[in-house]
Write a protein that binds this ligand. Structure first.
Ligand code: SF4
Ligand code: FES
Length: 237
């Protein structure tokens, strides 16, 4: 364990923790967008910034990636920290003005509705955090999506924005996306995502459609579980 001071509070934290977890374990809230327990961290959104003090030096760091250390002094709500967070949020809102999640955070942080920056109208709600790309690569293991193009044209999607042969329609990307950018619709035995339509499997017990057949085949192949043993949904197992 290590001892640190966060917002004037003595906090004990596991030596492997990041400052974000140490703060949360002490009941101190730090806003985040790109942190999800299922994926590795990218430090992409910069909303979780805090100020750390070592000797006479202070620095702004991203708390989700900064490891705790003995004697570290952290401030999560100084004027400097709040200004950086407001600026970050203003930039994100200029990119994604349709995002309810961002507007809610902006209201909580007192960010003015009029951003100083040129507003994009073609980026949807994507803040380019890469969580969807990471979950597809690290957890699902298919790498169906990625970030493409450069600079302000950077966008998330399937290669060349064409229908992906490797996507299994699992929706893990939708689950981790912090802003609700990825569209997935389900109706009857069909699920649509990333421009493809997937046929869903009905549970042999309750009859509900519960997973794309492509996803079940993929899991069966990966785990060696016979496909016929996977036809029952998790609720009925
Ligand atoms: S689609 Fe969502 S998860 Fe993927 S990069 Fe954009 S905001 Fe992040
Ligand atoms: S939550 Fe830390 S950079 Fe996004």
């Amino acid at each position: 364990m290590v001892n640190l001071i966060i917002d004037g509070k003595n906090v004990k934290a596991d030596k492997n923790m990041m400052v974000l977890e140490a703060a949360r374990s002490a009941g101190i809230d730090i806003p985040t967008l790109c942190v999800h327990e299922s994926v590795s961290r990218s430090g992409a959104c910069r909303l979780c910034v805090v100020e750390i003090k070592k000797g006479s030096r202070t620095r702004i760091v991203t708390s989700c990636l900064y490891p705790v250390e003995e004697g570290l002094v952290v401030d999560t709500k100084t004027e400097r920290v709040q200004n950086v967070r407001r600026l970050v949020l203003e930039l994100l809102l200029a990119r994604c003005p349709e995002s309810d999640v961002l507007w809610k955070m902006a209201k909580e942080m007192g960010v003015e509705p009029q951003t100083r920056f040129a507003v994009d109208t073609d980026k949807g709600k994507c803040i380019l955090c890469r969580s969807c790309v990471r979950v597809c690569e690290e957890i699902v293991g298919v790498s169906a999506i990625g970030l493409f193009n450069r600079g302000s044209h950077k966008t998330v999607g399937t290669p060349f924005m064409e229908k992906s042969d490797v996507c299994i329609g699992c929706g893990a990307c939708v689950y981790v996306c912090p802003t609700g950018h990825i569209e997935m619709t389900s109706a009857g035995d069909k699920r649509k995502i990333w421009g493809r339509t997937f046929k869903m499997q009905a549970c042999e017990k309750c009859g509900k459609y519960f997973a794309p057949i492509d996803q079940l085949k993929y899991i069966s192949k990966k785990t060696g579980t016979p496909l016929k043993e996977m036809m029952i949904c998790t609720n009925c197992r």
